[in-house]
Design a protein around this ligand. Structure first.
Ligand code: TYM
Length: 334
């Protein structure tokens, strides 16, 4: 088993990332046997699709590295690194650009969402983004890729690319990866709009819970979260057509390790005035220890840089054979 996943180091780790992906990374790392290996990385090469000052980029890479370690990624057991330090990602991306089809990229919903109406002025990087993501996965022969729902289409493209490359060059080089998407919490929604996903690019900070929010901020955000005037239903069926209620109950169920049905049964007939403080408490108790570890780790840049440097060396060594084999398969290297 080869587990691999990445996260963009732009802004804070938020509850969507944590419940949708990172918790699963930690679980997979902790359940790994001796023959398996986990690779987790900061997708800083993907983050260049949004302009940022160099100093902020350096800061954000360290922030996200600290957040992942605080959340439970152990750099001694998993390979933790940033993509820019392993040039094989960019190299394989370019090789795969020969195989990727424009029609495939035109169908990517994330590009459409992010480029918006003004597509002509979107960066080329944003368009080719899924090819770099495929390179990230295929370089390490990853078998399992834990992600949130929004990355599913990119992983389907990764599988298509691997299949076409193998067929075009008559090789069995790339492994087809399986996405691992949690049943609950695969899509945590904004606290301000139950139909939009929780995201670091939302201009309103009230829309998301950040790992760095203190206890008061978390309670405030939950208190101000958008809801409807109805009481909570007896079962999860009654959440249909109530996106905000559905989201908050889903978050509660995930944190408490139970189902939306069980949460509804517990709070049936009560209003959000009773539910929200309970949800706030649960969030505070879950996030507080992670935040404390984060603050501790974040105070030592040298230690964080050393973790990433060690990770990059291990990742480069693991990526090398596949990259060379891709060059050879294409007749670019003997
Ligand atoms: P990114 O940085 O947007 O998000 C990191 C992970 O968090 C998940 N996620 C969510 N899950 C549930 N609800 C939400 N509201 C929510 N928001 C984010 C994402 O699904 C993701 O798993 N392209 C990727 C990074 C990447 C990558 C890769 C992932 C680059 N190369 C190779 C896997 C394999 C991204 O931008 O994720």
């Amino acid at each position: 088993m080869r587990v691999l996943s990445g996260i963009q180091p732009t802004g804070n780790l938020h509850l969507g990332n944590y419940l949708g992906a990172i918790r699963n990374w930690v679980r997979m790392q902790d359940e790994m046997d001796a023959d398996s290996q986990c690779f987790f990385f900061l997708a800083d090469m993907h983050s260049i699709t949004v302009h940022e000052e160099p100093a902020a980029r350096i800061r954000h890479v360290r922030d996200m590295a600290a957040a992942l370690v605080a959340a439970g990624i152990d750099p001694n057991r998993s390979v933790l690194f940033n993509q820019a330090r392993v040039p094989a990602h960019a190299e394989l991306c370019w090789l795969l650009n020969g195989t990727a089809r424009i029609g495939w990229l035109n169908r990517m919903t994330q590009f459409k969402d992010k480029a918006g109406k003004n597509r002509e002025s979107a960066s080329v990087g944003l368009y080719v983004y899924p090819v770099l993501m495929a390179a990230d996965v295929l370089l390490y022969q990853a078998t399992h890729v834990p992600v949130g729902e929004d990355q599913k289409q990119h992983l389907e493209l990764t599988r298509d690319l691997a299949t076409k490359f193998n067929a075009d060059f008559g090789v069995e080089l790339f492994t087809l990866p399986d996405p691992i998407i949690p049943k609950e919490s695969a899509r945590i929604m904004s606290l301000r709009d139950g139909t939009a996903k929780m995201s670091k690019s939302d201009p309103s900070d009230m829309s998301r819970i950040n790992l760095t929010d203190d206890d008061d901020a978390i309670m405030q955000k939950v208190k101000k979260a958008k809801t409807d005037p109805e009481p909570l239903p007896e079962s999860a069926e009654g959440l249909a057509g109530r996106p905000e209620a559905n989201n908050l109950i889903g978050i509660y169920a995930t944190l408490a390790g139970t189902t939306a049905d069980a949460v509804c049964a517990e709070f049936a007939g009560k209003g959000f005035g009773a539910f929200k403080p309970a949800l706030g408490e649960l969030l505070v108790e879950t996030l507080r220890p992670i935040r404390m570890r984060f603050m501790d780790l974040r105070s030592d840049d040298t230690a964080l840089d050393a973790i990433l440097e060690k990770g990059a060396a291990k990742a480069s060594a693991a990526a090398e054979p596949t990259l060379r084999a891709a060059y050879r398969a294409m007749g670019l290297m003997r």
